[in-house]
Design a protein around this ligand. Structure first.
Ligand code: GAL
Length: 878
């Protein structure tokens, strides 16, 4: 089974949570609390993830298209269009009769599945140079039309309520029908949106039908396919807090006091005016996953809202001794929850919760300050897929990504190049990451034939406003990015578009600033004076052999913050080392000896000195970041490998850019970043491995990453010399003349004259066994369907050392109440479909992702391979 089934019991969990909400004053809501909820008396927000029927069609099955139904879809965005005369009105009647939308249509032969669901991730991969979906988009079958159908039931107690559908993300060109009636839609596949079902619902069964469509050549990377995030059904009084209708910001923030400003948008979708409404909002601490003690309240406000109207209510309060939210590790990510009640004639008719944090942000010419402390951005760019489970958003998989990045010392993530799942921002809030929240990869000019540029003119305003309203309560969101390397960077029309988008952003959120990622705008390009913050892709630190442009921008805009929205684009294949090794600190990768490429095998050397021609090695980026200390930091391209964009080998399936590979195994440069970003970790990391029978007597450079300042390397006890790091230009210890002999490498490092850390790498014996381990040594898994266990296999010698160049095929199986969701090995050239239970190791490692199917008991994961001792790992379902 694929990720379709990963949330099999999520619905049950939600019901359980709702029961708790009804009965306890303190609400246990798990690691990631719902962002908005709910007393069942006044508002129900029910997961619609379970029990769908699905069919994918590779050719158009229904003669529908976005352009045919555009007039009916555009009105879904009307509430986000500021100019009333530009709001689309729904045409009369129904667009057309659609078979798959009818309750009478028999969908029994369609696939049964649960959301979130990525229809493409199970493959198979397309291979070859003329593939319908090529390397850029990940060679997975995203294209075509997907129909999803599900029934839900309403009872007499639902009568008179407003009934809303909320989709957190579906790829793409969503169209929604209820009981055969067209409701609305939303084309941008990364957007979250709500549709009002009220006029189409009936008591008893209701048939929901959702059509998606993905074009070929619609993205530069893997977009995923299907309803890949959560879907909700909200039942609420017709007078209620609007979707994403609260906005809490803080000012005059200090440890002693902070003033909070609250805006509540109240919507009346009923037929009668509401003349006696009160809006009351209490403030609670949010601690240990719970809504805790009440610590304040906003003044209660009165409001009237006419039928089919909205009204906004503003209030402010000053809180003493606020517990501030701040990024880790220097600060603590404290959170609060506002509980807003709408009262009519003193009766609560809606209750809506908003998680938020109290913190100040300043954007200075020397970088960003949070609560007065300058935070150097040690960021990574991340695409939205989660490796072998594809784009289906599973919190535990995203959490693992963030945890590994945080342990490396990263404190910031850029959501390149699209709005992330809402839960990613919840995680960032809880874990203390800063987020550069990005919305668009293109504006009016496209990068691919069928990408977002086709709908930018009609949808940019609604997409941008809805994105900001969704995300602006998250304290982790520190900046907005409204474009990545847009083609219009150097034109005056591009500057006008930037101004228009940035003005919208300021209207929706006057507390944060905006940027775009500029790879070729110059200090004199009109757009550079428009953007609040100068975000540079690659050019800042000097791409290839080029010179850094930071100083040019600095002298033209001495008061603007400057940082690298995108840096490095270093490339490597984990555990793969090619000789000779460049003597430079950065080289453009190609297939000439010394430049890191192996076109025959589609590998890139993991000495981690090689980058694409428009990028630079991590070391070279550090040199210029340090040379220009006013630069606010960097966002490395990328933290994790992702599906698609397998530069430089388009024949592959997934990227080479990640600091961590697609399966979650760190590449060597993970430790290079850790040595710089998390320097208190007592660590020394040696590369390469030491299994080179064909290199006896040959020069085989040894590099070490550590935050130490001095190191001595020994080969079989013989010193290879002492190396001192010569700051500010050395970020690694290098012994480039070591002559290979099998045996043991040992490095001993020192900092400020004292021993710091040592490490060894030895030639291993032959592989004899498979050794299994679990991510973070976890030996239990929640049975709620939303938890995943990440089980690694090391192909090991008799002493338990991973044998680096032995890559046998491994068979995985599971006994007990669990299943294997997917397997991987981080090799970008592996075309075995992700759900396969057979996977070759790569660099001696492989991964199986396991989920519990719901029953209690223990799950035993077994890995076997011919000639090797079988390995097992046991997980208790809790
Ligand atoms: C950048 C682009 C990213 C990615 C990267 C690869 O120019 O913004 O999306 O394509 O290059 O190096």
């Amino acid at each position: 089974m694929g990720p379709n089934s990963v949330q099999a019991t999520a619905h049950r969990l939600l019901v359980f949570v709702l029961l708790l909400l009804g009965s306890c004053p303190e609400v246990a809501v798990g690691a990631v609390a719902p962002r908005q909820n709910t007393s069942p008396l006044t508002r129900e927000r029910l997961s619609l993830n379970a029990g769908w029927r699905f069919q994918r069609f590779t050719s158009n099955p229904d003669n529908l298209s976005y352009s045919k139904l555009k007039a009916w879809i555009l009105p879904s965005a009307s509430s986000y269009i500021k100019d009333a005369s530009s709001r689309a009105l729904r045409p009369a009647g129904q667009p057309t009769n659609v078979t798959y939308a009818q309750a009478t249509f028999d969908d029994k032969s369609w696939d049964a599945l649960n959301l979130p669901h990525d229809w493409a991730v199970k493959g198979p991969f397309y291979t070859g140079s003329n593939a319908v979906i090529g390397g850029g988009m990940g060679r997975l079958p995203i294209q075509g039309v997907g129909w999803y159908r599900k029934k839900f039931t309403l009872t007499s107690t639902d009568q008179g309520k407003g009934i809303f559908l909320e989709v957190d993300g579906a790829m793409s060109y969503v169209m929604v029908w209820l009981n055969g009636n067209f409701v609305g839609g939303w084309p941008y596949g990364y957007a979250s949106f709500q549709l009002d079902l009220t006029s189409y619902v009936q008591q008893g069964d209701n048939q929901l039908a959702i059509r998606l469509e993905n074009a070929v050549d619609s993205s530069r990377f893997y977009p995923g396919a299907g309803i890949y995030r959560n879907v909700w059904l909200t039942k609420v009084s017709t007078t209620h807090v609007q979707y994403h209708g609260t906005w809490i910001s803080s000012r005059q923030v200090s440890e002693e006091s902070a003033t909070l400003d609250l805006v509540v948008q109240v919507e009346n979708t009923g037929s009668a005016s509401q003349t006696d409404l009160q809006i009351a909002t209490d403030i609670h601490v949010f601690q240990g996953g719970k809504i805790g003690e009440k610590v304040g309240q906003f003044p209660t406000a009165k409001v009237q809202v006419g039928s089919a109207k909205t009204a906004s209510v503003n209030s402010s309060v000053t809180l003493s001794n606020p517990r501030l939210w701040g990024p880790k590790p220097s600060q603590t990510p404290n959170l609060y929850v506002a509980v807003t009640r709408v009262l009519s004639n003193n009766q609560t008719i809606d209750e809506y919760t908003t998680r938020f944090g109290i913190r100040s942000v300043q954007y200075t010419a020397d970088g960003v300050k949070v609560n007065g402390e300058r935070i150097y951005l040690q960021g990574v760019c991340q695409h939205h897929d989660l490796g072998s489970i594809g784009s289906a958003f599973i919190v535990s998989a995203a959490k693992r990504q963030l945890e590994m990045l945080q342990e490396m010392g990263s404190n910031a993530v850029r959501t390149s190049h699209n709005p992330p799942a809402p839960e990613l921002l919840d995680l960032a809030d809880e874990m203390g990451f800063l987020i550069l929240d990005e919305i668009f990869d293109t504006w009016n000019s496209g990068k691919r034939t069928n990408d977002f540029h086709l709908i930018f003119p009609d949808w940019h305003e609604a997409d941008l406003r809805s994105f900001i309203r969704r995300d602006r309560n998250h304290p982790s969101v520190v900046m907005w990015s409204y474009g990545n390397e847009v083609a219009e960077q150097r034109s005056s029309s591009g500057a006008n578009t930037a101004r228009m988008l940035q003005d919208i952003l300021h209207e929706e959120d006057p507390t944060r600033l905006g940027t775009i990622a500029m790879d070729n705008a110059t200090p004199t390009s009109a757009i550079t004076s428009v953007v609040d913050i100068i975000g540079l892709n690659y050019q800042g630190e000097g791409r290839g052999t080029g010179q850094p442009t930071f100083p040019n921008f600095r002298s033209a805009f001495p008061n603007k913050m400057i940082f690298s929205t995108e840096s490095s684009s270093g490339i490597s294949t984990r555990g793969t080392y090619l000789f000779p090794v460049t003597s430079s600190n950065s080289a453009t990768e190609d297939d000439t000896p010394g430049n890191g490429g192996d076109a025959n095998n589609s590998y890139v050397s993991s000495y981690d000195l090689y980058a694409v021609s428009w990028g630079a090695s991590p070391d070279k980026v550090f040199v210029s970041q340090d040379k220009y200390p006013y630069v606010g930091g960097e966002f490395v391209w990328t933290g994790w490998d992702y599906i698609g964009e397998p530069t430089p080998y388009d024949s592959s399936r997934s990227s080479y850019f990640g600091i961590i590979d697609l399966a979650g195994f760190p590449k060597d440069r993970y430790y290079l970043y850790q040595s710089r970003w998390n320097p208190t970790v007592r660590m020394a990391h040696i590369l390469p491995h030491w299994n080179w029978p064909e290199r006896v007597g040959l020069v085989t450079p040894v590099h070490v990453f550590s935050s130490a300042d001095k190191a001595e390397l020994f080969l079989n006890g013989v010193s290879q010399g002492v190396v001192n790091k010569k700051a500010p230009s050395d970020y690694r210890f290098r012994w480039d003349k070591v002559t290979y002999q099998p045996g043991k490498l040992e490095v001993v490092t020192y900092k400020n004259g004292s021993f710091w850390a040592n490490a060894t790498v030895a030639t291993t014996g032959d592989a004899t066994q498979l050794k299994l381990s679990s991510y973070k040594n976890r030996d239990s898994i929640r049975g709620d369907g939303n938890d995943l266990a990440f089980i690694s296999v090391g192909v090991s010698d008799k002493d338990g050392n991973v044998v680096p160049r032995t890559d046998p095929s491994i068979s995985f199986s599971v006994q007990g109440p669990g299943e294997i969701v997917s397997t991987d090995n981080g090799n970008p050239t592996d075309f075995v479909p992700f759900p396969s239970k057979e996977r070759k190791a790569f660099g001696g490692l492989a991964l199986a992702i396991v989920r519990a199917t719901g029953e209690s008991g223990t799950i035993t994961v077994t890995a076997t391979s011919k000639g090797l001792t079988t390995g097992t790992f046991t997980l208790k379902v809790v």
